[in-house]
Design a protein around this ligand. Structure first.
Ligand code: SAM
Length: 196
């Protein structure tokens, strides 16, 4: 299983945004939607062995986490507008303490970054993606892998501190600073090549 955790530092948690304003009013939700696309879409199918966690930290209802579960997903299309609509629909649901299902394969909870990491650390190896990490090509990877990355902003010092408690390694994907969705494509490609 491959998992990706992306922190949306300003991403809206209220659902109170227009579908044609995901870059502005929704707090750069466009970055997160592209991450969802890169995580799941192959040319003619969806990767079923992938799970994505969008940690939304903007707006009055923060934090919230939207979880996309590849083997249950339906109605996910490559266009950003329809994914924004699925996310908005999830955010408009009434969420109390427990995670709830908003639509097939899409879940919403009030979990924070730290709570998600604590959960995930029980079932896999957490890896921090960062420009100055160890080259991924020099690292042996196996089992259930969980990759953590920022949106258009890097992780804050506090987020790095929380992650350092759980992550086993910091990995670099190459010599440039890449967009988050491109990082996910690179990881998927690397794991595909290794047959993982
Ligand atoms: C668009 S970047 C964030 C801002 C960027 N670090 C900058 O200086 O402009 C998004 C995230 O992708 C990941 N990332 C970008 N380039 C990477 C690389 N070469 N290796 C590993 N992770 C990378 C990091 O987690 C980063 O926070």
């Amino acid at each position: 299983m491959r998992r990706f955790v992306i922190i949306g530092h300003r991403a809206d948690t209220t659902g109170n945004f227009k579908l044609d304003d995901v870059c502005g009013g929704a707090g750069r939700l466009d970055v997160l939607i592209r991450c969802v696309n890169s995580a799941f879409f192959l040319s003619h199918s969806i990767r079923r062995d992938v799970e994505v966690f969008l940690i939304l930290q903007g707006g009055e209802d923060a934090p919230k986490t939207i979880r996309f579960c590849g083997d249950e997903l339906r109605y996910l299309n490559p266009d950003e507008r329809s994914t924004a609509s699925l996310i908005r629909n999830a955010l408009l649901k009434k969420v109390a303490e427990k995670e709830i299902r908003a639509s097939p394969g899409i879940y919403v909870s009030r979990k924070s970054f730290e709570e998600i990491l604590v959960d995930l650390a029980k079932g896999g190896e957490l890896l921090y993606l960062k420009e100055n990490g160890k080259d991924i090509r020099d690292v042996r990877l196996e089992g259930d892998l969980i990759f953590v990355l920022g949106d258009d902003r890097d992780l804050s010092k506090e987020e790095e501190r929380i992650l350092s408690v759980h992550a086993s390694e910091t990995l670099s994907l190459g010599p440039a600073s890449y967009h988050s969705d491109h990082c996910i494509t690179l990881v998927n490609n690397e794991l595909d090549r290794r047959g993982l």
